[in-house]
Design a protein around this ligand. Sequence first.
Ligand code: SAM
Length: 290
Amino acid sequence: MKLKYFLLWVCFICMSSAFAGPLFDRFKDKQQQALVDFGNQNLKNVGAHVFYPFGGPDITYPLLMFPNFEVLTLMGLEPAKPVDAPVELDNKALNNLSSLYRSSFFRTIDMAAGLRNVADLILKQLENLEATNVTVQPIEGRTNAVEIKFIYNSKPRMIRYYKAGLNNEQINLEFLETLKPFDVVLFKAASYLPHQKPFSTFRNFMLENTKTFVQDSTGIPYDYLKDRFSLDLHGQYLMPYKFPGGFEQQDFRKYSEELKKPVLDICFGYGCKKVPTNILIATRKETPSL
Ligand SMILES: C[S@@+](CC[C@H](N)C(=O)[O-])C[C@H]1O[C@@H](n2cnc3c(N)ncnc32)[C@H](O)[C@@H]1O
C-alpha cells in the first residue's frame, strides 16, 4: 500500500516537472505567432513603455504583442524578490504557469494559494522565449519590487515588477506619477477591477494619463472610452465569461454587433474558446503632453 502511494507521488512529481514544457510547446504552436502577427499588424505605432496594471507575472503577452517594447512596468499583489536564472519552479509555480499557457492568464486565487516569488515565473517565461543575458536586481527604496534586464530578439529590454494595491484605499498616485509617461496600457484578465467603484481613483488616473489602451473587456469600460478615444475593435464582444449578471456592457455589445468583425483566433483573457475573444485598441483623440 505504502509503496503504491510512494510510486504515485514519484509519478506526480515527474509529471509536474515536465508540466510547463508540453503546454508551452502547444502555446508556441497555437498562439505565439498569432500574437506576434497581431502586434505587427496593429501595434507598430505604439511606443516603448508598456504599463500593465493587474499584470501579475505575465510578461509573455506584452513581449510577444508589442513590437516596440523596451520597458514593461507590471503590477500585482504577488510578492517578488531577486533570484538568479535559471530557476527551478516548484509545483505550485508550475501550476500557475500552466494556467497562462493553457488559458492565457494567471489565476489570482491560485497565485494567492502559494506563489512565493513572481520573479521565478517571469524568469521561466523568459527562458521559454529564449531571452538571453538575464539579470535581476531589487528596486531601491521599495520592497517586493524587482528589475529584470535581458536581451530579446537582439534588443535590450527591461521589466519592472511592483507589488502594489490599486484600489482606492491602497493606491499611491504619487508613485504612479513617477512611472509616467505610459505609451500604452495593457489590461488582460483584470478581474473587471477597472469597472468597479473601489477602483475609481485608479480608473480616472489612467483615463487622464494614457495615450493608448490595449485591452479585453475587463479593462476600462467602453462607456468611459467611446467619446474621448478612437476605438479599433478586433474580434467580437458578447458578454463577460463566468461573471453572471456582472460587468455586462450593453453599449459595447451593440457597437460590436454593428461592426460585425470576424472572430479573432487568439486567446486573450477569460473564456478562451467559450466566448469570442475581443481586443480593443483605444487611442486618445487629442493627445495632451503626457
Ligand atoms: C487574474 S490575474 C491576471 C494577471 C494577468 N493580467 C494575466 O492576464 O495573466 C489578476 C491580477 O490582478 C492583481 N490584483 C488583484 N487585486 C488587485 C488590487 N487590489 N491591486 C492591484 N492588483 C490587484 C492580482 O494580484 C493578479 O496579479
